[in-house]
Design a protein around this ligand. Sequence first.
Ligand code: ZN
Ligand code: ZN
Length: 642
Amino acid sequence: MAFVLELQTTSDKNYLQNYITGILSLNDINFSFERGEDKLLVLFDDKNPNLQNIVENIANSLPASIFLKNSKSYFLDKEIDSKSEILNDTPISIGLCPSCQKELFDVSSRRYYYPFISCSSCGGNYAFLNRYPYKRENTSFRFIVPCDECKDEMNRVGKNQHHQINSCHKCGVSVRFETKNSQRYANDAGSFRTMFEVSAKAINDNKRVLIKTTMGYRVFYKPQEINHDSILMMINATKITDNLSLITEEFNALLSIERPILDVTLKNDELKTLKGSNTIYAKYPDDGFSILLCTELQKLGYDYIAYEDVDSKCESDVVIDYDLDINQQEDMRYFLNKDVSFVASGERVSFPSENFTKVSVLSVSDNLIGLPTDKNSMIFDKMEHFDSVHVDKANVLSTISEKFHSIQKPYLIEEASFLSVVAEHNLFNQKCVGAYFDEEPSFLYYDGKNVIRIVPPRDFETNSLIENISNLRDGSDRLVENLKNQKPKIYEKLQQLQDRDDVKLFEAVAIILGLDDESMRGVTKEAMKFVGKGGIQIDTHVKDNRFDHTAFLASIISYQLAGVSEAILSYSIFESFGDYFSELLDELKDKTKTTNVILCGTHFANQSLFSRMQRNLKLTPPYMNKNYPIGKESGVIGGVYL
Ligand SMILES: [Zn+2]
Ligand SMILES: [Zn+2]
């Protein structure tokens, strides 16, 4: 018989499985794994006398994961007579596992204060991948010869088995510490510790510290210097809820092994004033460099610090760098409300990905491609990591002009994102309707075979913006005249928009509202200041089967001139958009006789909008991406099926 621990997880990745393997392989027990739809089964040989202790040990030490929703256990009639091994074919970048975290602060370990610490189931491994197959000689560690102890670890069972970039102080990477007039190296526990100590003090002295972390370049600075792009790194786990107002799910997600960035509500009044909003992007330290810097900052009394994801050229006073090439991925932003959660944007954790059944297609999007593996699956990652491949055809994002195949078909990002949801939920051969929202709203229909845009987005053209508003209807010219007289600054900014051809709709909205952060992000933050119930109706009507920008903006201007607060207006914009989306989706559902609704596009990651949509679509909860971002990054997945 087998004792089964069933982990309900949507993730296609191996890190939880490898973590469990790392622990179980050190015990005298046979075990194996099975994967089902949205679940990972751990099967134990139930004849083992220590079964109960071993299972308890796993349950207690398993790191929290945003993809792990629940677990249960039962018995199954099956013989388990061997031990599973670690699977390490596609390196990804996540936070440190509990075992590595412990090793990092164990004075007697070979990796005390070693910032490159990671294992087969954790850490910033993807950063060092040069090409597939994932072997040390295909990584930036190819010239770093592992010491005997590291080599031994890679060849015996445990968390570092098959860990391609295994290293320690003795064999590892030395790191440069540069200030304006000095340069030093860290290459052992003592010198690394000093380096992080000095860096923390530099931040305390109002300096900016640029670090090449295993998650990419980050610049750290005092929270007093916070700006629109800053992310708040929460240093002290016990003080998180003193500063942020979180529901339990948000707290758990923040500390999960994936360590996503969350858009959360502030509790700390000083931060609210500094930020000029009630919400902030927050993250818990993930990689060795960030964790060690934060540890030293905590000793100086910091409970949180500000940072930004940047590149090597970022202005700073202190630089921590080393001579290894790294891949930089956009960080994962995670959206969560009480009942629903999904990845809002980013490449980290979601990619690279090995998933789905093999198809002889090359899918090409902005930064990522998808192609068949030799194992009956598809793999999705950056193009430079692959050699050429023979496939029957290529589907390529329409904005890319390069030729990849003699049979090549262009695709639109909204069609591909929409199909990625069809693929993740296996809705092939079923009718689906849905909406895509990334600056511009559009509506799509899938008849079970092909996807078409029913209400295409209208390009936001601003060259005659003011004139269009003036000519909208009787009296609109007075609206523009009043704006010019009462809000001359806003009027002037709108005039300037007319000379540009890359204006986003929500940039114009933010300008009309007079917001500092002239983007969707600014309007979203402003909406979160609204505490009342129910807003006002903003004009979101459709003209010639397309969203009417002019009527929408004119409506906002008239409320703005009538003295309605920016917070109510911002909230109402999303509420009205929510109604607009659900009304059209209801119509499409009726017309096409389907109940399958799909939502995609990163702008659905918005509390005000999403709550409204959820309320309106209560009877037919929408399908959304499970493992991939709802935004444009998922296009490469859907691109396979066009
Ligand atoms: Zn680890
Ligand atoms: Zn070593």
